[in-house]
Design a protein around this ligand. Structure first.
Ligand code: ATP
Ligand code: MG
Length: 434
């Protein structure tokens, strides 16, 4: 079957079409026989449409079969658009034909109308069907618009979109646990970030960004970690942390405004009240955060990481978007520059939303000798970094950048509390399918 002649989407059924021949393709949501009439609600990607089959106007075999179509089957309805008498429908289809393209076999694993609730686990097992629920589909339409706006924002600031390898030969950055794999008999790994590549690219392409999936073999099973996640990364030549923080603020604001403009129905379906944030975002230093926590009787010292408990405590006072800046050097990777005159502190920032870390970034070490020292101080082997270090002899510009977790940002845009809700097919320690 090819394209359906006269196909309109449910959302396009309006007064302009009255009297015209139209077809609607979608899935059967509901069937209500009423004597010589049958009302059939069909859903497509854009919304719902009501169709009416009248005995006598519809071929008898079609009329007889409409009543017994299994809900959620894929069908096409042919007919004429006409004004509706129903309260909540303006234009409906007076049907004169119907084809069942593919019947749904019951019982279905979940009810995609959402009338019968299902656990997240069951929904993820049947994700393709789950997405027929408009409020679930809304999450991914918002994700699409947020991504589009993020790209637009970066392109307008002269960033070039790049793609770097996801199979890497060296456990480059240390830190997070990598997934190993066998690469023609050699050991290789799945990339945990594009860090070293994006830094290298600043010496020729100046400003680069990449949007891609990354992999971390962390065993932590939380509502904000997955083993595969999407990161929006930038790296910018002739820039420092202040410059790239501004790029990040603008991207966040633009993405939210894009969603507000283009996703009114989707936000409505989620009961989500989103508003455009004021920029610049508030800032606290890591040291201030530690002092604050000490005052609220937390046992924490300078140099300790801010764990979930600490971040939850902090978020009682700091809501919405804010930066935590000037982290201890020991808590940041070797490629993050230290503060002039105080090598205990780094030129770094995390973008937070309440307790949730959304992004990490900073000014990078661009001097080769200093980078070698930082590698050694971090207990890493210079030989594993020889090809990366060589690049720093070719006129490496000062540069800065960040990585923004797209899935976590989606939690903010949609109000979802579990990262699995905003990822189509999440990967965690216990889930490798579908
Ligand atoms: P966390 O401390 O929350 O585990 P991180 O500091 O290890 O995160 P970074 O290496 O700074 O993470 O990565 C940059 C961003 O990528 C994070 O701020 C976050 O938004 C996202 N991110 C990192 N790890 C994950 C993960 N396992 N699942 C989802 N998003 C992640
Ligand atoms: Mg981080």
């Amino acid at each position: 079957m090819g394209e359906i002649e006269g196909r309109v989407f449910a959302s396009e059924l309006d007064k302009n079409l009255i009297g015209k021949k139209v077809s609607i393709a979608g899935w059967v949501e509901d069937i209500r026989p009423l004597g010589s009439l049958i009302f059939l609600t069909v859903r497509d990607v854009s919304g719902f449409a009501q169709s009416v089959f009248v005995k006598g106007n519809t071929p008898p075999d079609v009329f007889a079969s409409v009543k017994s179509i299994a809900r959620q089957s894929a069908i096409v309805i042919h007919g004429t658009a006409k004004e509706s008498k129903a309260k909540d429908v303006r234009v409906e289809i007076q049907a004169d034909g119907m084809e069942i393209l593919s019947s749904a076999t019951h019982p279905l694993p979940i009810d995609p109308t959402g009338r019968v609730g299902s656990s997240l686990e069951l929904r993820l097992d049947a994700r393709a069907l789950d997405l027929r629920n408009p409020s679930i589909a809304a999450l991914f339409k918002i994700r699409h618009v947020a991504l589009q706006s993020a790209r637009k924002s970066l392109i307008e600031e002269k960033f070039i979109e790049v793609n770097t390898p996801k199979i890497i030969g060296q456990a480059a950055e240390g830190g997070a646990t990598l997934f190993p794999l066998s690469y023609f008999g050699k050991k290789a790994f799945l990339a945990q970030s594009p860090q070293l590549y994006k830094e290298q690219l600043t010496l020729s392409l100046d400003r680069v960004f990449e949007i891609s999936g990354y992999f971390r073999a962390e065993k932590s099973h939380t509502r904000r970690h997955l083993n595969e996640f999407i990161s929006v990364d930038i790296e910018s030549a002739f820039s420092n942390k202040e410059d790239v923080m501004k790029v990040l603020e603008r991207l966040v604001k633009n993405a939210i405004e894009g969603v507000l403009e283009k996703c009114k129905n989707e936000l409505g379906a989620l009961n989500m009240r989103l508003r455009s944030p004021d920029i610049p975002f508030d800032r606290i230093t890591y040291s201030d955060a530690v002092e604050e926590l000490k005052r609220s009787s937390s046992r924490i010292d300078f140099g300790d990481d801010l764990d979930t408990k600490a971040l939850r405590k902090l978020s009682k006072k700091h809501s919405g978007f804010y930066f935590i800046v000037d982290w201890p050097t020991t808590l940041k990777p070797f490629y993050v520059e230290t503060k002039e005159g105080n090598s205990d502190l780094s030129e770094s920032f995390d973008l937070m939303y309440g307790y949730l870390e959304l992004a990490s970034g900073g000014t990078r070490v661009s001097d080769k000798a200093r980078l070698e020292k930082r590698l050694l101080d971090s207990g890493l082997d210079l030989r594993s970094f020889s090809s990366h270090l060589e690049v720093f002899s070719w006129g490496m510009p000062p540069h800065a950048g960040w990585g923004l977790g797209l899935d976590r940002f989606m939690m903010v845009l949609t109000g979802m509390k579990n990262i699995r809700e905003v990822v189509l097919y999440p990967r965690d320690r216990f889930r490798l399918s579908p």
